[in-house]
Design a protein around this ligand. Structure first.
Ligand code: NAD
Ligand code: GLY
Length: 352
């Protein structure tokens, strides 16, 4: 078991271990100070697998628990569902001393975190990630959001959790595709600034899962502590995401987040190579590692299709958009691109 402290505007522990959901009551009581009323938010895939275990442990520790179950999938991360959840919290008279629990992947974590950020102008929430992506990325750092029709994560808030309880035995019930999605975010940390970690990943993600999650959380904690509100360094975590989000939208959300990020990372790394910034062998190493973990590396959309969406990206500021460009594995940097030149940059990153 490993515990990593995140010292952002709020300090909290990320506890990583096996079988933690069965002990979630005691962990939550320690983090929240005392038992209170808790709403556990989850989805209809996760509920039959883990909701009873969590509820039983919370109740045994003295919590008064109710729950709310959303349909699984990105479409649930909507403004309508946010309002539904807020209404449920109010109907159930949740007060400022109570809290939410996000039991699930990044969709449930982002939606629940945003509800916690705005309900009564902010109450506490606990993340219990059950996907690899949520374990290594979305549960840590306090970015919460819902999607709007114009794009992903366009409404949200920074709101740090009070505890992240990562029971990685839950990853055993993921489909291979959802596990692979998380691998894209794992590999991202290596490409951003951690060449030794990238090398470690060549021996496989699954076989060293506790170490892999801990390294990612440590790397993310350092970045969040330096730039919690995404003014500079934290933008490095968006490696592959500007193009990735555009791919997700072009596909009507049929391409998953992790697959889209994998293709996005390849596009910006190929762009870096064609700008003379990144050696060809490092692009090939990235493609090989993504393939090893079952991820796609070729984007089916044109530069025009991607740019139409990418120009509405949150990272746009006036006439420039900041891409994250790997100058090599472990050496990624912010790179401002004039918006009117974005199509030619993305074209350079697409194959052939
Ligand atoms: P997800 O939450 O949709 O989960 C993927 C699928 O796995 C769902 O069908 C879910 O029901 C199922 N599932 C979850 N846990 C399971 C388990 N243990 N066993 C079996 N099935 C399980 O997707 P995700 O990949 O976890 O997260 C993607 C979301 O995270 C996107 O909305 C993305 O924008 C967001 N995200 C947020 C941040 C952040 O910093 N807040 C970072 C990266 C991604
Ligand atoms: N996943 C991007 C961030 O947390 O900043």
């Amino acid at each position: 078991m490993k515990t990593i402290k995140v010292n952002a505007s709020v300090s909290y522990d990320v506890v990583i271990g096996e079988g933690l959901l069965a002990q979630s009551g005691n962990y939550c009581k320690a983090a929240l100070g005392k038992a209170c009323r808790l709403c556990v938010v989850t989805d209809d895939n996760v509920a039959p697998l883990y909701l009873d275990t969590v509820t039983a442990s919370l109740e045994a520790a003295g919590f008064d628990v109710f729950y709310y179950v959303f349909p699984n999938g990105e479409a649930s991360k909507s403004a309508e569902n946010l309002i539904d959840l807020l209404e449920v919290l109010a109907e159930n008279r949740l007060t400022r001393s109570d809290a939410l629990v996000a039991l699930g992947g990044g969709v449930i974590g982002d939606l629940t975190g945003f509800a916690a950020a705005v309900y009564l102008r902010g109450i506490r929430f606990i993340q219990m990630p059950t996907t690899l992506l949520a374990a290594v990325d979305s549960s840590v750092g306090g970015k919460t959001a819902v999607d709007l029709s114009a794009g992903k994560n366009l409404a949200g808030a920074f709101h740090q959790p009070t505890l992240v309880l990562c029971d990685y035995t839950t990853l055993g019930t993921l489909t291979p595709e959802v596990f692979s999605d998380g691998c894209a975010e794992v590999i991202k940390y290596g490409v951003i600034n951690d060449r030794p970690f990238f090398e470690l990943l060549k021996s496989g993600v699954r076989s060293q899962i506790e170490e892999v999650i801990a390294v990612c959380v440590n790397n993310k904690a350092k970045i969040v502590e330096e730039d919690e509100f995404d003014k500079g360094t934290r933008q490095l975590l968006n490696l592959g995401h500007t193009v990735g989000h555009a791919i997700e939208i072009c596909s009507n959300l049929t391409v998953s987040h992790g697959s889209a990020v994998a293709m996005g990372m390849v596009i910006v790394t190929r762009l870096a190579h064609r700008l003379g910034l990144c050696p060809a062998e490092e692009l090939e190493e990235l493609i090989a590692l993504l393939k090893q973990e079952g991820l796609p590396t070729d984007c089916p959309y044109s530069a025009e299709e991607l740019c139409e969406i990418a120009t509405a990206d949150k990272k746009r500021s006036g006439d420039t958009l900041t891409l994250i460009i790997p100058y090599g594995i472990g050496n990624s940097r912010l790179y401002a691109v004039p918006v009117d030149q974005l199509p030619s940059y993305i074209q350079k990153g697409l194959s052939a």
